[in-house]
Design a protein around this ligand. Structure first.
Ligand SMILES: N[C@@H](CCC[C@H](N)C(=O)O)C(=O)O
Length: 259
């Protein structure tokens, strides 16, 4: 029986597994895909392993719902901090290692997690879109009437376009809600659908909007379908640093899965 925990961060949901004993079959793409399946498995946008790592509080290994290991997940990063606290691996502060490098994080008594993201020194700004990597690749496009926008069809088209082949990209559609406040909807690579939230996506949108002059504060509020996120950063020359993604990370349930 495989013991699992389910967490969600602003509606981006994850199966969490304590793999400090290294017993999880990490190359089993179909098993990860099955665990994330919403009809035949537990159901999640991704699966995350917590492992031991020398010099760090823990290691985060992230898989998309399609079963493949992928690049950084910001909401997953916030959720694994809450999971590590639940397991007694950390207290309020930690430093962990993920696929894109080291991350510092802080969790408060209400499970609000502030996670440091990687520095960003390249933001491509084109007339109709921006592209940047915040741990995962993100296309950012401002649209009108976001509520009525066909995020699935348009997002899938951009994700699969020659522009981003062969790796593909995540795709964020944005509408400005007020000064330094934006609402976004995201099509996620590896889930191959719209998700309720994407942390690296929200971070990418905040930086892209600042870079384009649509925001003038280094603290930006991002409304996602599943809740609210806050992104803060500083800019030194062309480099965005001290980038922090803040939002809630919530335990949902735990159980055992027959494998
Ligand atoms: N949900 C994520 C992003 C996860 C990675 C993405 N699907 C990819 O493969 O690029 C987040 O919260 O950042």
């Amino acid at each position: 029986m495989l013991k699992f925990y389910k967490y969600q961060g602003t509606g981006n949901d994850f199966v969490m597994i304590d793999n400090r004993d290294l017993k999880f079959p990490k190359k089993d793409v179909s098993l990860v895909n099955l665990l994330c399946d919403r009809k035949f498995g537990v159901g999640a946008d991704g699966l995350i392993l917590l492992e031991q790592a020398e010099g760090y509080d823990f290691r985060m290994v992230y898989y998309n719902a399609d079963g493949n290991e992928s690049t950084m997940c910001g909401n997953g990063g916030r959720c694994i901090v809450a999971f590590a606290k639940h397991l007694g691996v950390i207290k309020e502060e930690c430093c962990f290692i993920a696929v894109d490098g080291e991350h510092k994080a802080r969790i408060d008594e209400d499970n609000l997690v502030s996670l440091q993201m990687i520095d960003v020194d390249q933001v491509l700004v084109e007339k109709k879109y921006s592209f940047l990597n915040t741990g995962s690749p993100h296309h950012v496009q401002v649209v009108r009437e976001l509520d009525r926008y066909n995020v699935y069809a348009k997002g899938k088209g951009i994700r699969e376009s020659d522009l981003y082949a062969p790796e593909g990209t995540n795709v964020n559609f944005v509408e400005q809600e007020g000064p330094n406040r934006f609402r976004i909807r995201t099509y996620e690579r590896g889930v191959e659908d719209e998700t309720l939230s994407c942390g690296t996506g929200a971070t990418a949108v905040a930086i892209a909007m600042y870079e384009q002059g649509k925001a003038d504060s280094t603290t930006i509020a991002i409304e996602v379908e599943g809740g609210d996120l806050m992104i803060s950063f500083s800019k030194e020359g062309d480099k965005y640093q001290n980038v922090y993604l803040t939002g809630s990370a919530t335990f949902v349930f735990e159980g055992g899965f027959n494998i």
